[in-house]
Design a protein. Structure first.
Length: 316
């Protein structure tokens, strides 16, 4: 007899979502994965299609979805379009079904922070009309909507702020610095650093992040967040580039370009709340996580990488 939860994962065929689906199934739950494949790929969940407790549905979360679920992980969010209007649809579903709902927000809500490291009670330093604003402000608006539904309807919400997640199943050309560096290194292309490379980031391996999502969903009703989920290890972009070059053994040069507008100078999470309230902290160090990520992109199982690697080998 099935005694798990019926769990909806929006954006479930994406990088983080597909790993979350894996873990939920391993825990004995039924998983309804919905995705419009705007920025994801079916290959991320292809290994799950025959699983008896997994269902994949192509659906745009801007439209209502009439299903019965116990929990909702709301991960659907392309990084460029204005998207905050999507959240009321899922909040309405959670209200109707009395499901617990978790929003994956982002460290981008802190903007270019003047407080370091960033704590959840810091309101941020965001340029509302800058080139990054649609993502930053979209997530800030989403957090506002979630907290409004909690205050007005006592909806069981959870809000987490993610810091630079990386790992297998990243899209190789998604614009994130880890995938950009690894792809460039494996193909013998220049690694592009913007500015002098002294700007810093914190990188959280996807397995650690998924563990944090599951633990946050399991907290008491009164725990709403927002709570930071990220690895507090801090590395400059130049250090990351050097490490990728070392681990891939590439001869790729480093190319420097002007720093984009509103690019944050420093970014590192204070995870005191995550440790105290959620009982979570990351365990995978950057070197180990990068090795796993590099292995993924080198693997013939990577539908994106295999043709590019084959071409690169022919040219070397």
């Amino acid at each position: 007899m099935f005694d798990g939860q019926r769990v909806l994962v929006t954006g479930g065929a994406g990088f983080i979502g597909s790993h979350l689906c894996d873990r939920l199934l391993q825990a004995g739950h039924e998983v309804l994965c919905i995705d419009n494949f705007y920025s994801s790929t079916k290959s991320n969940v292809e290994h799950l299609l025959k699983h008896p407790r997994f269902e994949l549905m192509r659906h745009d979360v801007t439209f209502p979805l009439y299903v019965e679920v116990d929990e909702i992980y709301h991960l659907a969010c392309p990084a460029s379009p204005v998207h905050y209007q999507r959240d009321p649809v899922q909040l309405g579903l959670a209200k109707r079904t009395k499901a617990r709902i978790l929003l994956t927000s982002t460290s981008e809500v802190y903007g270019d922070p003047e407080v370091h490291p960033q704590r959840e009670d810091y309101w941020g330093h965001v340029n509302p009309i800058g080139p990054r604003a649609c993502y930053d402000e979209g997530k800030r608006a989403a957090e506002t909507l979630f907290l409004d539904y909690w205050r007005q309807h006592d909806l069981s919400i959870k809000v987490v702020r993610l810091f630079n997640t990386y790992g297998p199943r990243m899209h190789p050309r998604d614009g994130r610095v880890v995938s950009n560096f690894v792809m460039s290194a494996l193909l013998g292309e220049p690694l592009t650093i913007y500015g002098d490379g002294s700007q810093s980031r914190s990188f959280c391996y996807v397995d650690d992040l998924v563990e944090g999502l599951l633990r946050m969903m399991g907290t008491q009703h009164a725990v709403t967040g927002p709570i930071n989920l990220g690895n507090p290890g801090e590395f400059t972009i130049a250090e990351l580039a050097d490490l990728v070059i070392e681990l891939t053994g590439t001869s790729s040069p480093i190319e420097r370009l002007p720093l984009p507008a509103d690019d944050p100078v420093r970014r590192r999470p204070d995870i005191t709340l995550a440790k105290k309230v959620v009982g979570w902290q990351p365990t995978v160090q950057l070197r180990e996580g990068l090795l796993r990520t590099i292995d993924y992109f080198r693997s013939s199982d990577s539908a994106f990488m295999a043709p590019a690697i084959a071409t690169a080998r022919l040219n070397n």
